[in-house]
Write a protein that binds this ligand. Structure first.
Ligand code: MG
Length: 118
C-alpha cells in the first residue's frame, strides 16, 4: 500500500482495525473529543522537529539532505493523520468532499496582502 494505490477509506479501516486489535475505545471507536485532543498532542510532537531550525536547516530538509529529521517528521505526521482518520470515521465525515469544499472557498477569497511564497 502507498499513496498511489490506497484510498482514504482503506486507511480509515486500517486505523480502525488497529484500534480493535488494541482494544481501544468501545468496539474500536474512541471518544472523538479525546481523539481530537490526542491529535493536538501529536501535532505538537511534529512541531518539535521544526522548532529552532534556521533557514539552512529548513533548506536541507526540503532538499532531502536531512533524512533523519525527515523520518521523524514523517512518523509524527502519521500519528496526526491516524487520529484525523479515526475522527473522520467516527463522525462519518467524507474528508475528500470537505477538502474540495475548502479549496473552493479559499479559491474564491480575495488575495491577502501577505505573500507566503517569499
Ligand atoms: Mg507521536
Amino acid at each position: 500500500m502507498n499513496d498511489s494505490n490506497t484510498t482514504l477509506d482503506m486507511l480509515k479501516e486500517q486505523v480502525h482495525q488497529l484500534c480493535l486489535r488494541k482494544h481501544w475505545g468501545v468496539n474500536g471507536v474512541q471518544n472523538p473529543q479525546q481523539v481530537a485532543m490526542a491529535m493536538t498532542v501529536e501535532m505538537s510532537e511534529l512541531l518539535e522537529h521544526f522548532q529552532w531550525l534556521n533557514p539552512e536547516d529548513v533548506r536541507a530538509l526540503m532538499e532531502g539532505r536531512d533524512p533523519q529529521r525527515r523520518a521523524m517528521i514523517a512518523e509524527e505526521f502519521a500519528d496526526v493523520m491516524m487520529y484525523g482518520l479515526q475522527l473522520m470515521r467516527t463522525l462519518d465525515i467524507d474528508i475528500t468532499g470537505q477538502i474540495l469544499r475548502k479549496i473552493d472557498i479559499v479559491d474564491r477569497r480575495p488575495p491577502k496582502p501577505y505573500n507566503p511564497k517569499r
